[in-house]
Design a protein around this ligand. Structure first.
Ligand code: ATR
Length: 264
């Protein structure tokens, strides 16, 4: 039986096994997918296990999306530009790092019917998933992308990857068409202490968090009359793209798929 896994720390919250194991079963693939909590110093040996094919492939989550890169042989162009790997495959004797978060976000936005062409986007946070979101937004021809992060230096550092970014001091808000919460605020029901009342009307509030399904950030957006969307669709489609890379099969996505992720 083949083995797949998701590595991260913490990892307990991950719903990837639920999704991937359902698709494995539906497609009669003799494999299992497990979550593994690792420490930094264990990454090298773990990746060696993929080279030895003790593990066929893996997903990578916070905080290892960049850490794994030096141990791989090749990166896809998307992983290279974002310096972020969330899926590892072993192909023709080579360990390859891919980034399927980009396709996940891209699919999520396409399904929303909210054209971002020529729009102004604000991203709150500068953590692991932000380069992927920027990459996807750049392909949607947005007008501009502004990053606001508590630690401003981390927002500034993203300019080394993407030279078209603007940055904004944490706590200062002006008018934007879409605001993305890519901070970890909300994962444990924390509030975001920002005043969104000056934003105008009919904007899109998007939260990368999908569990809980409605963060304080999304509740606030809703109360102010904006469109809201959580990170569930992005999560499902990043998983789908990883499944396609490993198994060369497109798994089914339907309402049952989304129900698998209802945890709250
Ligand atoms: P990492 O930074 O290790 O990649 P992450 O979960 O992807 O982890 O990112 C956490 C994000 O949430 C960061 O942008 C972090 O801001 P800092 O860079 O200043 O740490 C943001 N964040 C976490 N707690 C926050 C808080 N209390 N207020 C504002 N931003 C917060």
């Amino acid at each position: 039986m083949k083995k797949f896994s998701v590595i991260g720390n913490p990892i307990n919250h991950s719903l990837s096994p639920r999704l991937q194991n359902t698709w494995l079963k539906e497609n009669n693939i003799d494999a299992k997918y497990v979550k593994i909590k690792l420490e930094d110093y264990e990454i090298k040996n773990f990746i060696q296990d993929i080279r030895n094919q003790k593990i066929t492939g893996c997903n990578v989550t916070v905080p290892f999306k960049k850490t794994v890169i030096p141990f791989l042989d090749q990166l896809s162009p998307e992983a290279e530009q974002t310096q972020s790997v969330n899926t590892i495959t072993f192909e023709n004797g080579e360990l390859v790092g891919h980034n399927t978060d980009i396709a996940g976000f891209d699919n999520a936005i396409k399904k929303l019917n909210f054209s971002l062409k020529g729009k102004k986007v604000l991203i709150l946070g500068a953590g692991g998933v932000v380069p992927s979101i920027i990459f996807a937004l750049n392909n949607m021809y947005v007008k501009d992308i502004t990053i606001s992060n508590r630690t401003r230096e981390k927002a500034e550092n993203l300019r080394f990857l993407f030279n078209n970014l603007k940055t904004l001091e944490w706590g200062k808000l002006t008018e934007f068409d879409m605001i993305i919460n890519a901070t970890s605020l909300g994962l444990n029901n924390e509030t975001i202490n920002l005043d969104f009342s000056s934003l105008g009307r009919d904007k899109l509030f998007y939260d990368v968090i999908y569990n809980p399904h409605e963060t304080h950030f999304l509740r606030m957006g809703k109360q102010l009359g904006h469109k809201t969307e959580n990170g569930k669709t992005m999560f499902v489609y990043q998983a789908l793209e990883a499944f396609k890379l490993w198994h060369k099969i497109e798994p089914k996505v339907n309402t049952e798929t989304f129900k698998l992720l209802n945890n709250d």
